[in-house]
Design a protein around this ligand. Structure first.
Ligand code: A8S
Length: 175
């Protein structure tokens, strides 16, 4: 599929990198309207709706869904970390752009930030584009760091697809 990003959002997905940073952009096509996908993505307080590793989440500073608020995310056992503190950076309902950064926690991800944008692709399809930037972990190469994060983000996007398609299907049955 050839997918052309609108110029208004392309800068978000083409970050300028420092020498110690690595970045990756992932795409997911979802058979659900952008409004359904956006309702899930923009709900900063409830990442567990589509992130399979998230066990619970609560707002610990600021007002939920206001830029600058902080959430504490507790993740499933068996991972190399137990929790993460994350800041809402961008929430643009018109352009459907969502961004957050990781500002604390007991994990090894340093200076992580991610931007997602949603693009209606005709009728009932949505293309999700997610770009993250992260510092290469101290003991790892950039490739190793990105491979670890890619695995998590890909799984999140695939689950987002499944949950959104499920919601869209249910909505249709009610009509
Ligand atoms: C996201 C992206 C990432 C989340 C990572 C990369 C994380 O929640 C998991 C394992 C870790 O070691 C780090 O969009 C951390 O959530 C699943 C706890 C931050």
């Amino acid at each position: 599929m050839v997918f052309q990003l609108p110029t208004t959002v392309s800068s978000h997905h083409n970050p300028v990198l420092q020498p110690n940073e690595c970045s990756s952009t992932l795409f997911q096509t979802i058979a659900a309207p952008a409004s359904v996908v956006w309702a899930l993505v923009s709900d900063f307080e409830n990442p567990q709706r589509y992130k399979p590793f998230v066990r619970s989440c609560r707002i610990i500073d600021g007002q939920a869904n206001q830029v600058g608020c902080l959430r504490r995310v507790d993740v499933a056992s068996g991972l190399p970390a137990s929790h993460s503190i994350e800041r809402l950076e961008i929430l643009d309902h018109d352009q459907r752009i969502f961004g957050f950064s990781i500002v604390g926690g007991d994990h090894r991800l340093s200076n992580y930030r991610s931007i997602m944008s949603l693009h209606p692709n005709g009728g009932n399809e949505t293309v999700v584009v997610e770009t993250y930037v992260i510092d290469a972990a101290e003991a790892n190469t950039k490739e190793e760091t990105c491979a670890f994060v890619d695995t998590i983000v890909k799984l999140n996007l695939r689950t987002l697809s499944r949950v959104a398609e499920d919601l869209a299907g249910k909505a249709q049955q009610q009509v």
